[in-house]
Design a protein around this ligand. Structure first.
Ligand code: AMP
Length: 220
């Protein structure tokens, strides 16, 4: 199945998308991670991306499109869980066109729905691995503790864009202005599963799996 997982910052896309991809045995494509990797390259493009991310702005379209094209070219017919794309109406068209060229299409978008207060408090609590970006929370571990993944040697740190109040406001504003219309479009075209995601991780995951199973069963 080709799935896009969507939601406001802190809605659990990382954790839920990771579980889903490993259970379905498909790659998880995390656009934010790909962009963060590019931002580490010390050249003009890398510095520009790092500045945009630091301000909480969406990065320029060509960078994101290239990041996605590289990942999608790797056997999209086997399915994927796409995290962080599409985030705007333009990106919906880009994704459909890219998949179309590969003879594929997006099967479903999942919207993990939480309120803004929960989003803000989860961002304030969020810690990520400095090596693999795996997310965790200050409710479970402290800064500098080992990565939650046994196989990783990294330690967890806060994300700088989660700690900067202007960047947080910008990211939330972009979600409402650009990404909510995308979610509306998927709803109107019958390609959306909506999950109430303020509940605990397992409850959200179980509902997501059963809704996906029902969808797969209802299709010829
Ligand atoms: P995330 O880890 O998904 O919160 O993404 C981190 C940052 O990467 C965002 O604040 C944007 O600067 C950038 N980014 C991620 N996805 C996209 C996208 N689809 N379009 C443009 N910029 C993006």
């Amino acid at each position: 199945m080709r799935i896009a997982i969507m939601g406001i910052q802190g809605s659990g896309k990382g954790v839920q998308g990771d579980r889903l991809a490993s259970d379905l045995c498909v790659p998880r494509i995390v656009i934010g991670d790909v962009i963060r990797e590019r931002a580490r390259v010390d050249d003009e493009v890398g510095r520009e991306i790092a500045d945009q991310m630091g301000r909480g702005e969406l990065v320029a379209e060509p960078v994101v499109v290239q990041a996605l094209a590289v990942r999608l070219a790797l056997r999209p017919e086997d399915g994927f869980v796409l995290d962080g794309f599409p985030r705007s109406g333009t990106q919906v068209g880009t994704l459909d066109a890219m998949l179309g060229r590969l003879g594929a299409q997006l099967d479903v978008a999942i919207h993990l729905e939480i309120d803004e207060q929960t989003a803000r408090s989860r961002m304030a609590d969020r810690l990520v691995c400095s090596v693999c970006n795996a997310p965790t929370s200050r409710r479970r571990v402290g800064t500098g503790d080992p990565c939650p993944l046994d196989s990783c040697v990294g330690t967890v740190v806060p994300r700088t864009d989660d700690q900067d109040s202007v960047a947080v406001d910008t990211r939330l504003a972009e979600f409402y202005a650009l990404t909510v219309p995308v979610i509306d479009e998927y709803r109107q075209t019958g390609r959306l599963i909506e999950i109430e995601a303020t509940r605990d991780e397992d409850a959200v995951y179980d509902e997501m799996r059963s809704r996906l199973a029902a969808l797969a069963g209802s299709r010829p």
